[in-house]
Design a protein around this ligand. Structure first.
Ligand code: PLP
Length: 487
């Protein structure tokens, strides 16, 4: 016994020994009442320090696995764990309809996956190489030494106060009138939209969105059993006649819009259209859920105010913000700003779901923001992403036979192929040749967009774009030739 003890991890030796003896007891190799070797004997057998063994024994005693009899030594305690019968339940058939649907709509599971060596244009996550790790560490240490244990204890559902105040000011700088409004910190945009929809919809309710729109938003809506009316989003903007037609004929609960650097098209709604959209929704007394996720990635042109700012003192716009496309999506911080009564209701829903978003992360983000690291980083990130975006537009226009290429900003461009081409067919051939992208179909509310795809460009350089787009272009040209030959 004890001959097979091996140190094999970075965990402290006394804890590895504790785990090892515990396992011997749980497996029934060491029996209740059995005397353990003395700490001196065991340290000799295992060639480790006696203090290490003493510490391991102390922990085993604390956890009730051994006991000590004064003057006699340490003994294995009675541990009631031996129960050999294993029960297996058919979990697949026990799943709820929602769970099954969530699986079906989970593109991480259903779409083609990146494999080592592939060129991927699938993701629109920010480039981690741009993150200023030293600034982040400094912010962490500064804030942690200020707050100490406080930020490790329970906090408040609405969020970490200094961060909330910072974000309110941040939105005020974008022209938002805070009167009568409040803010709630969320786990990114994704929780934000879930909360807003939980707060204002019942299963079966109807929503209006741009068509195409963010696939995660569509998934969240479908999982809430909501009916989605997609309104055509063309290069010239949203089809306002269609919007008006939907709102005038259907009891719509809310609109969901991504006015700035829309996903997947990368378009920006013009200031004139923003006003018209607000007027149409106001006419039908329907709230707008505005997704402001990409606003910071403006590469050219002047500032365009969010709908929330344009709505002035009104309370008909619920804004969901997130820094996920720029800063650290891994810390999962977003926010909702809107009517104070609505936010109060959402706060209660959030508290019932996850109590609050981690205070450690909120405090750290706050320090990072308030020390001015964000502005510094944003200048650098914007410059680099603008270059990548321009390169992507230039290369895609030259290398990929297309009908349209759209994108005014953000971390992606959107390609529309000739009508008869199917982007999934293009993708499957490209995948074989080591290139991956996101088929556009997943962003459509009505199964359309079969001839479209999105190219994420945040984590690829010019050379990779040139190589990848060339392959995509060759595949598109070949498929087009084949289709033309059939005509
Ligand atoms: C349209 C849109 N909104 C918001 C987000 C950010 O979501 P989250 O903050 O949950 O990461 C994304 C991310 O891709 C997005 O595409």
């Amino acid at each position: 016994m004890f001959g097979d003890f091996k140190l094999n991890s970075k965990r402290p030796t006394y804890l590895q020994l504790k785990d090892y003896i515990k396992e011997l007891i749980l497996k029934g190799i060491l029996l209740a009442g059995e005397r353990l070797p003395s700490t001196r004997e065991l340290s000799e057998i295992l060639q480790i320090g006696r203090n290490t063994v003493i510490q391991a024994f102390q922990y085993l005693e604390d956890e009730g696995f051994i006991y000590t009899v004064q003057g006699q030594g340490s003994f294995v305690a009675e541990v009631a764990i031996k129960y050999e019968k294993s029960t297996f339940l058919p979990w697949e058939s026990l799943l709820s309809k929602d769970a099954v649907l969530a699986g079906e709509l989970d593109i991480e599971k259903t779409e083609l996956k990146w494999e080592r060596g592939m060129l991927s244009f699938k993701s629109i996550a920010p480039d981690g190489d741009l993150f200023e790790i030293e600034d982040f560490k400094r912010a962490f240490l500064d804030r942690f030494s200020l707050e100490g244990a406080k930020i490790l204890n329970y906090g408040y559902a609405e969020g970490y106060k200094p961060l909330m105040e910072y974000l309110k000011d941040y939105l005020k700088n974008k022209g938002v009138d805070p009167e009568g409004k409040d803010l709630l910190i969320t786990n990114g945009f994704t929780e934000g939209l879930n909360l807003v929809l939980a707060g204002i919809t019942e299963p079966g309710d109807q929503l209006v969105t741009e068509n195409p729109t963010h696939n995660t938003a569509l998934k969240i809506m479908k999982l809430r059993n909501l009916k989605i009316h997609g309104v055509r989003l063309e290069e010239e903007g949203l089809d306002l006649e269609e919007l008006e037609q939907v709102l005038s004929t259907t009891p719509i609960k809310a609109g969901f819009l991504i006015p700035s650097y829309h996903n997947p098209t990368g378009q920006v709604m013009s200031p004139e259209q923003r006003i018209e959209v607000l007027e149409i929704f106001s006419r039908y007394q329907v709230p707008i859920i505005e997704d402001g996720f990409n606003e910071e990635l403006r590469y050219s042109g002047s500032h365009v105010a969010p709908l929330l700012a344009l709505s002035g003192k009104g309370n008909n716009v619920v804004y969901i913000g997130s820094f996920s496309k720029i800063l650290f999506p891994g810390i999962r911080i977003g926010w909702i700003m809107g009517d104070a009564n609505l936010i109060s209701a959402l706060e209660s829903i959030k508290r019932s779901m996850n109590i609050h978003t981690t205070f450690l992360d909120q405090a750290l983000l706050y320090e990072y923001l308030q020390q001015g690291f964000f502005e510094k980083y944003l200048r650098k990130a914007r410059r680099l992403y603008r270059e990548r975006h321009e390169t992507a537009i230039r290369l895609a226009s030259r290398l990929i036979p297309h009908k349209k290429i759209r994108g005014e900003g953000g971390l992606h461009i959107f390609v529309e192929l000739a009508d008869e081409l199917n982007a999934r067919e293009v993708l499957s051939e490209c995948y074989r040749r080591g290139v991956l992208f996101m088929p556009g179909e997943i962003f459509y509310t009505d199964g359309g967009g079969k001839n479209t795809f999105r190219l994420g460009i945040s984590r690829v350089n010019e050379e990779e774009m040139e190589k990848g787009f060339k392959i995509i272009g060759e595949v598109v040209a070949k498929l087009k030739e084949e289709k033309d030959a059939l005509l």
